[in-house]
Write a protein that binds this ligand. Structure first.
Ligand code: BG6
Length: 616
């Protein structure tokens, strides 16, 4: 997830450099590993770009310093998905003639074949990015005699994937051409004077509250204070509604949500759809290595550890081998002299900077000949330097300190690997594997439906819990991982001591805490543990426990035993149950979020916590 921003004006009294720098700074929450600006003057491109956060880059080069007579500028703040966060990979990217510059947010899925064909025609590439193919394709179309707009239109037909892009051309200093497909793009306007394009409204909100929201398969030609929209499917001009935004700047950065944590929970379907596009070849590399491994470990911290617990359960089911999960901080102590040679270690870390996870991997590599498979959300993070293979989840930057969307994309990634293992091992009939694969593909939609229709039951639960300081989240099987993650969320943001625990194991001690009205949340997908779980529910109900259950839409037995049920809109069969940590956890994330609000806490700034712990 990156941020793009553009401005074109006929006003002489504005400092265009500062406008474009302030605009891209307001999008830095969308990506902050590199940044660049391009402006046009005297039929030339002026590109300034570098890696690092904007304030770091500003110390080295002044991004706002652009030619005085420039009336057009584009800017980009990057969250690397293809190619490390280096200067040469930062945007804008240009063509061979250095006449065309492009900034882009999204993923061009067919960039490898496009790049190969362009190289065979003599085009020279400077970066490792998918984006760089775009200016070169436009260059070819213009050499074939098409004008600027038609060249962009024809180029877009060659791209598969997602894009929000802005293009400028030195021979068309009065225009910016933008287009949108799956990645957000909005147009701000001061009619007759200045027009802005941006990935998100905050970029221009201090300058204008008038804006157009672009839709997929739309292109726009921006001139100073005016804009023309084209439907790319019909190639016809379209009229769009001019909206007035009444958000505050702060609310705009959160997309109108009150907190980043809530925004990021609602981003989960999109983040997961992006993650579903991870290269199958890379998933198969992970699958092959796991298939041929004797000893497999998975290690992580915090939420990533609970994602690992869920993911290892799913992989083990299809792999037929046990995977040992060890908290990263305990890895060396636990494995002291028993780490086997040729072991495979899966390291899971959203930031890729958690020192305990890095240390565990470094220790293992120093002791034995091991293979490190890393799943992280940050391209080029420290952990990746110690890894043999890396999968980058496509969650985009996560600003909320408590992990939410990154948990879902981590478990999804581990589940995608499990499906590839199933295909390799052919343990099930192909038709069976296809049913699992289809169920996994539906998980983003299941979450989207839940977030759209079932949230009220969460608030009801929060209101009933208000007076209960502590309670349990109990489960069996794979749902113990879900229960533990739910307990962590409530500890982190709601400052409640909530224990995610094995429902069966709770009979050995913890059940002694239960009094009349003591709440217990049961995670109850109808999997192979469901029948035994009914017994656990009844044990706690018999002692006065208030039963709250997370169940599938058509659940009968446990919901009948419950005081309140939260229903997850998914089919109740094995193909979906195995992925329930992905689809049930958003309910617990929201529960923690609303519990935090009830107690007057800021979910984005949990007490005593930081987004990444780089100390032992
Ligand atoms: C903690 C964060 O500091 O680190 C958690 O507050 C996170 O949200 C944990 O799950 C692990 O971080 P990472 O980046 O290694 O997944």
């Amino acid at each position: 997830m990156c941020g793009i921003f553009g401005v074109i004006t006929n006003q002489d009294n504005i400092s265009l450099g500062n406008v474009v720098l302030e605009g891209i700074k307001r999008l830095e929450y969308r990506g902050y590993d590199s940044c660049g600006v391009v402006s046009l003057s005297n039929s030339k491109l002026y590109i300034k770009k570098d890696s690092g956060k904007i304030e770091e880059i500003q110390k080295r080069i002044d991004l706002a310093e652009i030619p005085n007579n420039s009336k057009l500028a584009l800017a980009h703040t990057r969250w690397a998905t293809h190619g490390k966060p280096t200067r040469i990979n930062s945007h804008p990217h240009s063509d061979c003639s250095n006449k065309i510059a492009v900034v882009h947010n999204g993923i061009i899925e067919n960039f490898i074949e496009l790049r190969k064909a362009l190289s065979e025609r003599g085009h020279i590439f400077k970066s490792d990015t998918d984006t760089e193919v775009i200016p070169h394709l436009i260059e070819i179309k213009m050499k074939e005699g098409l004008d600027f707009k038609e060249s962009v239109v024809e180029t877009l037909k060659l791209l598969t994937g997602a894009y929000a892009l802005a293009v400028c051309h030195v021979d068309y200093p009065d225009s910016i051409i933008v287009a949108r497909k799956e990645s957000p793009l909005v147009i701000g306007i001061i009619e007759g004077k200045t027009t802005y394009c941006a990935s998100d409204i905050p970029a221009f909100l201090p300058l204008t509250r008038k804006c157009y929201i672009m839709d997929d398969d739309e292109l726009a030609i921006l001139k100073a204070g005016e804009v023309e929209f084209i439907n790319l499917k019909t190639n016809e001009k379209i009229e769009k509604e001019l909206k007035t935004i009444d958000w505050s700047i702060d609310a705009a950065e959160k997309g109108g949500y009150e907190h980043f944590m809530l925004k990021e929970i609602y981003e989960e379907p999109t983040a997961m759809k992006r993650t579903m596009k991870i290269s199958k070849d890379l998933l198969r590399i992970f699958a092959n290595i796991l298939w041929s491994a004797e000893n497999i470990y998975i290690t992580a911290a915090g939420t990533s550890f609970y994602a690992s617990l869920a993911g290892k359960f799913i992989i083990s089911r299809f792999l037929g081998k046990y995977i040992q999960a060890i908290e990263c901080s305990e890895f060396q102590t636990q494995l002291f002299n028993s780490l086997k040679n040729e072991s495979v270690i899966i390291a899971v870390s959203q930031s890729g900077e958690t020192i305990d996870t890095i240390e565990a991997i470094r220790w293992a590599k120093s002791k034995r000949n091991v293979k490190i498979l890393t799943i992280t959300n940050v391209v080029g993070s420290s952990l990746t330097r110690y890894s043999d293979h890396v999968i980058v989840t496509q969650a985009g930057p996560e600003i909320g300190v408590a992990a939410t969307k990154t948990y879902n994309t981590q478990v999804l990634t581990l589940a995608l690997i499990a499906i590839e293992i199933a295909k390799l091992r052919k343990i099930e009939l192909e038709s069976e594997i296809e049913k699992y694969e289809k169920a996994l593909e539906e998980t983003p939609q299941i979450i989207e439906n839940f977030l759209k229709n079932n949230v009220d039951s969460i608030k009801d639960v929060v209101n009933t819990l208000e007076k209960s300081v502590n309670f349990f989240i109990l489960a069996r099987g794979i749902s113990i991982a879900t229960a533990k993650e739910g307990g962590l969320k409530l500890k982190e943001v709601a400052c409640r001591f909530i224990e995610g625990y094995s429902a069966a194991h709770a009979k050995h001690g913890p059940i002694s805490l239960v009094r009349e009205g003591f709440p217990i949340i049961f995670i109850a997908p109808p999997d192979e543990t469901y029948q035994r779980l009914i017994g656990n529910v009844m044990e706690f109900k018999a002692r006065g426990g208030k039963i709250i259950s997370l169940v599938v839409e058509n659940d009968k037995y446990i919901s009948d035993l419950s005081n309140i049920s939260i229903r997850i809109p998914q089919p109740g069969n094995k193909y979906y149950n195995i992925f329930s940590p992905i689809t049930f956890t958003p309910a617990l994330q929201l529960l923690a979020y609303y519990a935090a609000l009830l107690h007057g806490l800021d979910p984005d700034k949990p007490l005593n916590l930081s987004k990444t712990v780089t100390v032992h």
